[in-house]
Design a protein around this ligand. Structure first.
Ligand code: DAH
Length: 344
C-alpha cells in the first residue's frame, strides 16, 4: 500500500507539473483527490490492515493528499498570475496614438445676434418676454389697430390655420398681450425676440419664416426723443460708434407717428455707394409712438400713458453686420457658413 501511495503521489505531481490550464488542474484535483479517486480507494481498503499498520498508512495517505493539494494550489496560483500577465499585456493602451478630435459646436449666428440684442436692451432696463407663434387673429391684427378688411393686412401675407388662428406674421402681438395682461396697472418696458411667418417665396432677401425682435416702452411721458435715444444707442453699440442714425416718416397701423430708421452706410460713410444704393443710408427697422387705440384696447389710458415701439429683423442686422448676402444661409445651415461666426 505504501508503494501504491508513493506511486500515486509521483504520478499526480507529474501531471500537475505538466498541466498548463486551470481546467486541467481541476481535472487532476477531481481524479486524484475526489471521492472516487485512487487515494480514497486506498483508504477504503485500510480495514484489511493490522492495527499497527493502519495509523502509518493513514498518516501517509494524508500526507500524500496534502502534498498533491499543495502542489495543485501552487500551480493554480502561478497559472492565474500568468494569465493576468497575458491579459494585461493584451490590453495595454498605446498612449502615443493621436486622439480623435472632439468637434465642438457653437451658437447659430442668429442666436448670437439675438443674444447680443437682448444684452444691449437688458442693459437699458428692458425685460425679455415671449409670445406664441400660433397666434389669434385678434392679437396679430385687431389689437394692433388692424381690423378685419383693413388694407394694411395685405402687407403681411399670412399662413392661416383657421379663420381665427394663424402663424404670427410679426412679434408685435406680444405688445398687445403684455399690455393686455397688466391692463394699465404698470409701465411696460420689454423686448420680445421670436420666429415669425409670412406667405413669401424664398429668395436672397425673403424667407417664409424669419425672426424679429419687438420693443415696447409704455410709461408716463414717454416721448419720440426717448425712442430716438434708445435706437441711437442700439445702432452705435451694434454697428460701431461712428454710425449715425436717421428717422424717416413711415406708416404702421399700430404707431402714430411711425418711422423707419436708417443707419449710415459703413462702406461710404454717407457718401453713397453700391451697398446703400447711392443714398448713404441703410434701412434697418420700423417703429413709432404706440397708437392711442392700441393702448386703449389693452387697458392703458392714452391720456395718461404714452409709449414707443419698434420691430427689427435679426437676419437683416446680421446680414449688414457681417456682409451675409443671402438670407437662406441662415436656414440651410451649411456648417461651413455657420462655423465662420463661432467665437473661439
Ligand atoms: N411689426 C412690423 C413688421 O413686422 C414691424 C414694426 C414696425 C414693429 C413698427 C413695431 C413698430 O413695433 O412700431 O413689419
Amino acid at each position: 500500500m505504501k508503494e501504491r501511495l508513493q506511486e500515486l503521489k509521483e504520478e499526480a505531481l507529474n501531471k500537475v507539473e505538466q498541466a498548463d490550464t486551470l481546467n486541467e488542474l481541476q481535472d487532476i484535483r477531481v481524479a486524484y483527490l475526489g471521492k472516487k479517486g485512487p487515494i480514497t480507494e486506498v483508504l477504503r481498503g485500510m480495514g484489511k490492515l493490522s492495527k499497527e499498520e493502519r495509523p502509518v498508512i493513514g498518516e501517509l495517505a494524508n500526507k500524500v493528499r496534502e502534498a498533491i493539494a499543495g502542489e495543485l494550489d501552487a500551480k493554480k496560483e502561478s497559472i492565474e498570475a500568468r494569465e493576468l500577465e497575458e491579459k494585461l499585456e493584451k490590453e495595454t493602451i498605446d498612449v502615443t496614438l493621436p486622439g480623435r478630435p472632439v468637434t465642438v459646436g457653437g451658437p447659430h449666428l442668429l442666436t448670437s445676434i439675438i443674444e447680443e440684442i437682448e444684452d444691449l436692451f437688458i442693459g437699458m432696463g428692458f425685460e425679455v418676454r415671449e409670445g406664441p407663434e400660433v397666434e389669434t387673429d385678434y392679437y396679430n391684427f385687431e389689437a394692433l389697430n388692424l381690423p378685419k378688411g383693413h388694407p394694411a393686412r395685405d402687407m403681411q401675407d399670412s399662413f392661416y390655420i383657421t379663420e381665427e388662428l394663424l402663424m404670427r406674421t410679426h412679434t408685435s402681438p406680444v405688445q398687445a398681450r403684455t399690455m393686455g395682461k397688466f391692463q394699465g396697472s404698470k409701465p411696460v418696458k420689454m423686448i420680445c425676440p421670436g420666429k415669425v411667418y409670412r406667405r413669401d417665396t424664398d429668395d436672397a432677401t425673403h424667407s417664409h419664416q424669419f425672426t424679429q425682435v419687438e420693443g415696447l416702452y409704455v410709461d408716463r411721458n414717454v416721448r419720440m426723443s426717448d425712442l430716438k435715444g434708445v435706437l441711437n444707442r442700439f445702432a452705435k453699440q451694434m454697428f460701431g460708434e461712428e454710425r449715425e442714425i436717421r428717422l424717416r416718416p413711415s406708416f404702421f397701423p399700430f404707431t402714430e407717428p411711425s418711422v423707419e430708421m436708417d443707419i449710415s452706410c459703413k462702406v461710404c460713410h454717407g457718401e453713397g455707394c453700391s451697398v446703400c444704393k447711392g443714398t448713404g443710408w441703410i434701412e434697418i427697422l420700423g417703429g413709432g409712438m404706440v397708437h392711442p387705440r392700441v393702448l386703449e384696447m389693452a387697458g392703458y389710458d392714452p391720456k395718461e400713458y404714452t409709449g414707443f415701439a419698434f420691430g427689427m429683423g435679426p437676419e437683416r442686422i446680421a446680414m449688414l453686420k457681417y456682409g451675409v448676402d443671402d438670407i437662406r444661409h441662415f436656414y440651410t445651415n451649411d456648417v461651413r457658413f455657420l462655423k465662420q461666426y463661432h467665437k473661439a
